[in-house]
Ligand binder design. Structure first.
Ligand code: SF4
Ligand code: SF4
Length: 411
């Protein structure tokens, strides 16, 4: 066959992430980590054709190949190893594997069908990575961050009620999770006011193989320590919560650091100066969490919002991108259990139901709703953006700020 009549096959390499929208196409090479955004309308049309092609590519003639459009494309493919254009045997078009995620058991397809048997409840329990147990929402303190912080990050909160989780419910949770890998975090309220704190500590001790974290606000540290000091089980670690940099610094300089296993210190920051102050602290256990307080949007725009350079410099594997398409890594595997037994996958989400209905049933409900563990960037403007799955999944900051996207790309 002479060159004039030959046919060529055009396709994207399987390790390349292709995202094509109305006005732009993104090509991201997951091996070299190079990203290119294309705005040329004719090129976008070619990529849309590849995207919708069942065989992962299509055939072009020699004449098309020689056109400016396909020469430009070929140069782009060669420069970044995005794809290939090569001569094919007319009888046999090649097949290119699409870079889709093939789950052996496709939990993500569950739609509430009772006959869905590919996944079992036992497997579903194994998906639980973190259980946050709010044993009480009672607290007499009046911290200004209360509720605001818990809506954005894992933090204590009070709702002015005198709600306490029953010891039986707490025992059931420990028992359910004893043989799972998931982390258990205990939060309040003011835990020192829990009427049967001795019983809670005894329950934790009864499950020695399971490590448990107790999240404790520094403002109630002393009273809690007085209440539990003689009862602390060896499998209990502490995460200290600081409402501000000032409170953290006072604590560090107070020489009153209790003799307990402190796993982490979480400090809330609200401004650039808070960040700078924390930068100068040489504390390997500290973790700073930015909090939106309604007046510091400038701080968020500067330090939290994502920009185009951040995205183009991102080092993502194909697996990371495919995971972003299917699940929300901020929420996945997390459940929150409130003092009255209410269960939510995210603090801000609607309730899944009550623990008394059986955790298994509630988890299946979550699998059907897909608004927590599987909340991805499917809303506008993200659904129309080429960075849709390069971007981290939606977080609680979007909810607190009241915007579906925290970026400078589509303000
Ligand atoms: S200690 Fe925690 S729960 Fe109590 S008021 Fe302060 S932030 Fe809220
Ligand atoms: S947040 Fe949404 S709109 Fe902004 S870059 Fe990410 S995907 Fe695009």
């Amino acid at each position: 066959m002479n060159n004039k009549n030959r046919e060529l096959w055009l396709s994207i390499n399987p390790f390349v992430h292709l995202e094509t929208k109305k006005d732009a196409t993104l090509l991201y090479n997951t091996l070299s980590k190079k990203a290119v955004v294309i705005k040329d309308k004719k090129m976008i049309a070619v990529f849309q054709r590849i995207h919708t092609s069942e065989r992962g590519g299509f055939v072009i003639s020699q004449q098309e190949y020689e056109s400016d459009l396909f020469q430009k494309l070929n140069n782009l493919f060669r420069k970044y190893h995005f794809g290939k254009i090569y001569t094919i045997n007319q009888q046999k078009e090649p097949f290119v594997f699409r870079n889709e995620l093939f789950f052996e058991k496709n939990l993500f397809d569950y739609s509430g069908d009772k006959n869905f048997t590919a996944y079992h409840s036992k497997d579903l329990f194994e998906e639980m990575l973190q259980v946050n147990v709010y044993v009480t929402s009672y607290c007499e303190n009046t911290c200004s961050v209360c509720h605001m912080a818990a809506k954005q990050s894992l933090f204590c909160y009070s709702d002015n009620s005198t709600s306490f989780m029953s010891c039986e419910s707490f025992h059931n949770i420990m028992q359910m999770l004893y043989h799972q890998d998931g982390v258990i975090n205990i939060l309040g309220g003011d835990i020192s006011k829990y009427p049967r704190l001795d019983r809670v500590m005894a329950i934790i001790s009864a499950f020695p193989q399971k490590s448990v974290n107790l999240f404790l606000n520094s403002t109630i540290l002393e009273s809690t320590m007085n209440a539990i000091s003689s009862l602390i089980p060896p499998n209990l670690s502490f995460v200290l919560l600081f409402n501000s940099v000032k409170e953290y610094k006072t604590f560090i300089h107070s020489n009153q650091i209790p003799m307990i296993i402190i796993k982490k210190r979480i400090v809330l920051v609200f401004s650039e100066s808070d960040l700078l102050e924390m930068k100068s602290c040489d504390d390997a256990f500290v973790m700073v969490i930015p909090i939106y307080d309604g007046s510091n949007i400038g701080f968020f725009e500067q330090f939290v919002y994502i920009n185009e350079k951040d995205l183009q410099d991102k080092k993502m594997s194909l697996e990371d991108i495919l995971i972003n398409k299917k699940m929300n890594v901020n929420n996945y595997g997390i459940i929150n259990v409130f003092p009255d037994g209410t269960v939510k996958t995210n603090f801000n989400n609607r309730s899944l139901g009550n623990l008394s209905e059986g955790l298994e049933n509630l988890l299946w409900r979550e699998m059907k709703r897909k608004d927590g563990w599987m909340k991805t960037r499917t809303e506008k403007p993200c659904s129309e953006c080429v960075y849709q799955y390069l971007c981290p999944p939606p977080s609680n900051y979007e909810i607190a700020i009241g915007k579906p996207n925290l970026c400078t790309i589509k303000p």
